[in-house]
Every structure is written in C-alpha cells, then in structure tokens.
Design a protein around this ligand. Structure first.
Ligand SMILES: Nc1nc2c(c(=O)[nH]1)N[C@H]1C(S)=C(S)[C@@H](COP(=O)(O)OP(=O)(O)OC[C@H]3O[C@@H](n4cnc5c(N)ncnc54)[C@H](O)[C@@H]3O)O[C@H]1N2
Ligand code: MOO
Length: 406
C-alpha cells in the first residue's frame, strides 16, 4: 500500500485522509515527518552521549599524530649492534635525529626520533657494555613495533557517518582525533498525555476503574528511542482540557493515549481540528491499533494519538511514535534492530490488515505467545519482539519481520 505515502504530500486538509493507510507506508511517513531543519547544537563531549551525530565525525589530526613506539625498549636506527644514547619517555617530543647504528631507550607511546627504523622490545634486547644487541640476531624487521603516523586515519578523513549514536567508543575516538565538542541532534521533547476518567495512578482496580498501564510503560520506551520525557500527565475526559493541553504544549511531540475512537468522550479528533492541526495519518491498516493517528500541530510540532487499549497503544508506538522520534533524534534511517525470523508455526493474520503479534525466539524460530488481545499486556511482557504478520497470516516456515519489544 505504498501509494498511501501520498498522505503526506497532500495540501493541508481540515480533516484527515479517508480510510486506513498501509502499515509500512505510514511508518515511512512518520520517519519523513521527523526530518529536522534546525541547526544542531555543538556540545562538550561529556554532554553528547545518547545523542546522534548531526555531522560526520572527521579527524582533526593524523592518528597517530606522530610516529610512535608501540613497545617499551629501544628505538634503533639501522641494523645492530647499536650504541645506546639517552632515553625518550612518553609525553616529550623527540629531540635530535638518530644516526645509523645508534639507539635510544624508549617508552610505549613516546614519539620516535627521526631516523629510527624500528623498536627493539626490551625482552628482545641484550645490553653488552656500551652496546645493545638483539637476543636473536637479525630477527628485528624494519618498522617493527612502530605505529607510523596516520596508521589509523589521516587528517580530514571521515571516521563515522552522521546519524551514529554517540556511545563511549565514539567519545573516545572523537577525543583522540582532536574534538572538544560534537555537533549532535537535539533530543526531541515528548509530552505524554494519558486520557481517560477511568484510569487510576495507583492501587487496585475498582468497579469501573482500571490502572493506567501506559503511563508506566511508555516513557522508558520513548526515552530509549532518543526522546526526553518527564512524568506523564493525566487529562480527564473533557474537551476543553484536552484542547488546551494540545494548544499550550511546547513539546516537539505530544503523545496521547486513548480517545482516538468514536466513543462519547473520545475528543481527540475534535480537539485537533480546534487547534488547527493537520492530520497526516488517520487510521492505519494494522491490528491491533488501527485507530492510531499522526498529526502536525501548528509550529511544526507533531502529535501521535495512540489508541487506549494497551497492546493497541504499543502497536501505535512502534508504527508511528518510534519512527518519528528516531528521525527527530537524527538516528540513521530504518529500524535500529530490523530483524527477520522464521515462524515455527503458522502465525494468524488479519484478512486485510497487517497484524503485530507478540512472539518469543526459540532455537527453531519465533513462536506466538498467548494473551495477545488488544487490551492485554501479558503476552507482550514475555515477548522479545512483535512479529509483523502480513494480511492473511504467515504459514509455518515463513520469514517474518520482527520489531523489538519494549
Ligand atoms: N464502535 C467502535 N468502537 C471501537 C472501535 C471501533 O472501530 N468502533 N475501535 C476499538 C478499538 S480497535 C480500539 S483500540 C479502541 C480505541 O479506543 P480509544 O483510543 O478511544 O481509547 P479509549 O476508548 O479511551 O480506551 C479504550 C480502552 O483502553 C483502556 N485504556 C485507555 N487508556 C488506558 C491506559 N492508559 N492504561 C490502561 N488501559 C487504558 C480503556 O479503559 C478502554 O478499555 O476503541 C475500540 N472501540
Ligand atoms: O486497536 Mo484495537 O485495540 O485494534 O482492538
């Protein structure tokens, strides 16, 4: 249903496009909605972890920046024996050049003096009065135990592409290659609005009241996708409250749960129309979660409307929220853990829609988990992934796409 991508290219419309859009197409649409135009901040290295590079990381120096000894021993010039004169420690620039037949004691990491042809390891050398000899004569080869300047990279060379997540090794490499700051993407700020008068923040369910499962479930997952998000905010089933919450939110992305359907207090569509939002996706051909929606709020911000049924909300998260957030956070194209697996048994599908099924990996492939109804989380809590089951289902032995479960 790739033609559904056209939903994003349509001019602003007062209401959303008619009919549910295809699952794969709306994920791509959500990704495209997350492209940023604003200039990325340049942050000190210590503040960059967890973000992604907004520009390729380029070496500001050759690495190593100078010919370096890789071992403790002697820098030697030409074949032995050598006459030893002096000592070179790491951190000091090498002074005069080494003449043929001369050696200087050297530490690992010290700059090699000009003229040195190799480093003789301490355990391979034998002082003999004023001379230094090899324990195994003739074993030393030219360039041995020397890390030549530029061995790892040359100044100006691209070390990492834009979109790389900044982890410990990236910080180390950035520092080694001369960077004090990194241009990284801003983390998108998410405000999570949990809608519903029937929701309890603590304690046991009571007649008519249920525990809010999405307030605890969603924030850690959204953070893992690169978002900054605080405590979820409960919003009562009141049109004015919801409209004002949308109007006054300053978040890059507002995520709502519930209120997407056509119940008497499902005000989300009306509130979106009232604040001048443009519906980009209004319903997706996926089960569970088909009433999910994506809208552009005034000012270029976005709203992801997740259905209230918990597993349906999870389906909306993987379908719309994560691709949008990952794009806003500057993560490389595609899914972080895009994976496929073989279905051990047939996986049931919906006749016309894509189905997302909680599954577990086994040695033979993935298996479906019980308790996978739209209002249930029991299957998901044991799942390692959601299998993307095409319309009509997947027969035993079929290869299915997997999305990592939270
Ligand atoms: N006449 C129709 N009714 C419904 C349809 C439909 O097509 N026609 N679609 C159903 C589907 S599918 C879903 S999914 C839900 C979506 O409903 P909403 O997004 O409007 O959500 P609510 O009505 O507010 O809640 C639905 C359900 O989920 C529970 N819920 C809500 N939030 C939470 C939460 N944070 N934690 C735990 N449980 C939550 C809520 O109590 C309801 O039971 O609509 C169907 N109806
Ligand atoms: O989205 Mo609903 O939860 O499909 O049943």
């Amino acid at each position: 249903m790739l033609e559904d991508l056209a939903v994003l290219d349509q001019p602003p419309a007062p209401t959303g496009p008619a009919g549910p859009a295809g699952w794969a197409a709306v994920r791509e649409a959500a990704r495209r909605a997350g492209r940023r135009a604003s200039a990325p901040p340049r942050l000190p290295l210590a503040e960059a972890p967890g973000r992604t590079l907004a520009e390729p990381l380029t070496a500001l120096t050759d690495l190593p920046a100078f010919d370096t000894s890789a071992m403790d021993g002697w820098a030697v010039a030409g074949p032995g024996p050598w006459r030893v004169a002096g000592r070179l420690l790491a951190g000091r620039p090498a002074d005069g050049p080494l003449a043929d037949g001369a050696a200087v004691e050297i530490a690992t990491g010290a700059q090699l003096p000009p003229g040195a042809t190799a480093v003789l390891r301490r355990e391979h050398g034998e002082p003999d009065g004023p001379l230094l000899r090899e324990r195994v004569p003739g074993a030393l080869t030219t360039g041995q135990d020397v890390r030549p300047r530029g061995q790892e990279c040359r100044r100006g060379e691209v070390l990492l592409p834009a979109g790389t997540e900044v982890g410990p090794a990236v910080l180390g490499l950035a520092a080694a290659s001369g960077h004090d700051r990194l241009a990284v993407h801003r983390r998108p700020v998410v405000e999570l609005l949990v809608l519903g008068d029937e929701l309890l923040g603590s304690g046991l369910p009571r007649p008519g009241l249920v525990r809010d499962a999405l307030g605890p479930l969603l924030p850690p997952w959204l953070r893992a996708a690169g978002a900054e998000t605080g405590e979820p905010r409960a919003v009562r089933d009141d049109f004015g409250l919801l409209r004002d919450a949308l109007r006054h939110s300053t978040a890059d992305v507002v995520v709502t749960t519930g209120g997407t359907a056509a119940g008497p207090v499902d005000f989300l569509h009306r509130a979106l129309a009232e604040v001048g939002a443009r519906l980009l996706v209004d319903g997706v051909a996926v089960r569970p979660g088909h009433p999910m929606l994506l809208a552009e709020l005034p000012g270029g911000r976005h709203l992801v409307g997740l259905p209230g049924n918990p597993l349906a909300a999870v389906a909306g998260t993987v379908t719309l929220a994560l691709p949008l957030l990952r794009a806003l956070a500057g993560c490389g194209a595609g899914d972080p853990a895009r994976a496929v697996a073989v279905a051990v048994d047939a996986l049931p599908g919906h006749p016309v829609d894509t189905r997302l099924l909680p599954v577990r990996r086994t040695a033979r492939g993935v298996v479906q988990l019980p308790y996978d109804g739209p209002a249930m989380l029991r299957g998901l809590a044991l799942a390692e992934a959601l299998a993307v089951v095409p319309p009509g289902g997947a027969p035993a032995g079929a290869t299915v796409e997997l999305l990592e479960a939270p």
